[in-house]
Structures are given as C-alpha cells and as structure tokens.
Ligand binder design. Structure first.
Ligand code: E4P
Length: 226
C-alpha cells in the first residue's frame, strides 16, 4: 500500500520525502486555503517536490468547466492527478478526461455504489472517506473492505485510495483490507513510526555502545563518528 500525505504544507511534504517512504500527496480546497499562499506557485512547488502522484482538486460542478480545469491541471506536470467530486457532472467529466488520457481521482466516495460509478467512468483513483463516515456512526473501514472486494471480483484497475484517515489503526486496517493507497495528515503519518519501546530500546543500545566503544579496538571510520 502506497503512503500519501493529505496536505498542502511544504514543510510536512519535505519531511515526508526525507523519510523515503512518501509515494504521493493529496490536496483539497480546504488544505490549499489553509496555507494562505498563491495557488499556482504552491501547487507547482508540491508537484516538483514529490516523486509520485499529486492530486489537485477541481473547483466546479459544470462538466465542461471541469474538463477544461482537468486539462489545465494535467498540463502542470506529469505527476499531476485531477481530483473531481463524485457528482453526476463530475462522473461525466471523469469519462471525458479519462478518454483524453488524463488521470482522475474521483473524491468524496461514501458508498460502494459510488465507487463502482467512479470505476465505470474510467477513474485512475477513487477516494472513499473513512473518518467522515466514522464521524456519523457508520463503519468507514467496512466501506474500504466492500470496495476492495468488489474491485477484485470485477477486475477494475481503478486504485482504491483510503482517505480521511484519522489514526494509525485506520492505516494498518486499510492495508489489511487491500487499499492501494492510504492518504493521511502529517500527524497520523508521524504516529506510524513512533513506539516507546523503539525509543527506549534505541537509547539503551546507544548508551551501551558509547560505554563499550573505547574497548572495541579498531572500528570502521563511520562507526567512530557515532
Ligand atoms: C482526500 O483526498 C481528502 O483530502 C481527505 O482525506 C479529507 O479528509 P478529512 O476528512 O480529514 O478532511
């Protein structure tokens, strides 16, 4: 399962890239607005920083306008993916964009039926929202499970991107259920690496090493540096 950051914050993306595990980024109008920066320079910077798909959301519910926006977004870079909301007009635009060879991420999917529509419209990615379903007392992970099962049975190529993830269990369960991609805020991304036993274990190894070092004889040069 590929790990994406759900952010438009350059510092967070830089840190994710530094970890060597970041495979892409998703943005949305709310995340872009939060950064208080010019849209084009911000988006171009994100596209250049990430070696992987970057989803950029359209801003219309008119099929023709969506298609024009999709073409403009796709032209920005090879890794630009056009994000379109799962509405009837959005599906129509997805079909046209897919026919033109443009990668579309159909977003705001809350039912398996909607995900089937996205796949049938030729979406490159469909984004079911886990956390927002949990918020309304509906099992968000069950949606991921249902969509993954249906897509396997049907042989759909559309990638399932588990979105709106709120904690590390969402991420590990999305992986277990067969999601192709998980996108998450940086604070969730960070929780994936942290464990108190890792920290205390690393500290003990480091302390023992420092104590033993003077008695270990010749060391490879880089191990002398510590
Ligand atoms: C997906 O691409 C969306 O940007 C995102 O995951 C929404 O999540 P939220 O429910 O945390 O806003």
């Amino acid at each position: 399962m590929k790990l994406f950051l759900d952010t438009a914050n350059l510092e967070e993306i830089r840190e994710g890239v530094r970890w060597g595990v970041l495979r892409g980024v998703t943005t949305n109008p709310s995340l872009i607005a939060k950064e208080k920066k010019g849209f084009l320079p911000l988006v171009r910077e994100i596209l250049s920083m990430v070696d992987g798909d970057v989803s950029i959301e359209t801003a219309s519910d008119d099929t023709d306008v969506l298609v024009r926006q999709g073409h403009e977004i796709a032209k920005m870079a090879d890794n630009a993916v056009v994000k379109v909301a799962l509405t009837p007009n959005g599906l129509g635009a997805t079909r046209q964009l897919a026919n033109d060879g443009i990668k579309v991420n159909v977003t705001l999917a809350f039912t398996p039926a909607q995900a089937i529509l996205a796949a049938e419209a030729g979406a490159y990615i469909v984004s079911p929202f886990v956390g927002r379903l949990d918020d309304v007392a509906t099992d968000g992970l069950r949606l991921i499970s249902d969509i993954c099962e249906i897509f396997t049975v049907q042989g759909y190529d559309t990638q399932v991107l588990a979105a709106s993830l709120r904690h590390p269990i969402h991420v590990t369960e999305a992986a277990r259920l067969g999601a192709d991609i998980a996108t998450m805020p940086f604070k969730v991304f960070e929780t994936l690496v942290r464990h108190p036993l890792t920290d205390s274990g690393f500290k003990r190894f480091t302390d023992d090493w420092e104590q033993a070092k003077p008695h270990l004889g010749e060391l490879p040069p880089s191990m002398q540096e510590g």
